[in-house]
Design a protein around this ligand. Sequence first.
Ligand code: GRG
Length: 291
Amino acid sequence: MDIENYLKGWKKKVDNKLNEYLPSEEEYPPLLHKAMRYSVLAGGKRIRAILMITTYSLSGGNKFDEIMPFSSAIEFIHSYSLIHDDLPAMDNDDYRRGILSSHKKFGEDIAILAGDALFSHAFYIISHSDIRADLKEKTLQVLTKAIGNKGIIGGQIEDVVSDSNKKDPKLLRYIHSHKTASFFSAACEIGAVLAEATENKILASRKGGLLIGMAFQIQDDILDVEGKKEEMGKEVKKDKNKLTYPSVYGIDFSRKIARKYSMLALKQLSVLSVDNKIFEDLLNFLLGRRN
Ligand code: GRG
């Protein structure tokens, strides 16, 4: 199967599950549920969920229905991070996924609460899943580390206060590896944990995911410079005052660094299975993406 059909197929399955797990607008309180559904169901590539599922599959897992609560939880948390990232106090973005961002549609108060509710909903869904308790505990350890002070929030705070005039490569790596790549790493590691892979494979998934996340965020930086609003579904050239790969290394060298991370990721992930083609195609897709 080619990569576009692979991604399309899984995106559809993930979308269906997200829809099923989200509270309906008829349930009380309707405004909160409407705002939660608005942002999650607006689209999105579902790349973190698909990475989790792919790592699970290549690590030998085949009970896909059982693991859908985890891939859904990852996407709920991701949507939450986007809602909060778009707020005026953060990146102040009016558009996301081709439609008005949550605070523009519903107001800041509702957007903050919709994000908070998606965050708790992720853990509600995981805690009610039928996965064995020890595996659930392990995935929660991985996930909570990746999204907390040592992960996304740690990276986000440095991003928020960063200054593009200070071209500090070490700080730049910290921001990207925490704000974005830590979540990719967790998605892959969780896939391997749920497949009950060996410690060696779990470690390779963690490292491979981190490297994919770095390549992904560098491409995101490049798209902020080169991308088109219509393709991106949000404003571009928003990172002018931020510490990014293009601001430190220039566009061409940033592209080379993203390629390098992607090759290193493939090397790590080759530990999972003799046939690594799916990851190779996935990485090429991510580096060639226009949104
Ligand atoms: C604890 C989860 C959490 C968040 C609070 C606001 C915040 C702290 C962090 C923001 C982190 C952030 C938004 C990083 C950017 C990552 C990124 C490149 C997002 C775009 O991801 P895509 O392209 O989006 O996968 P789609 O729309 O396809 O899902």
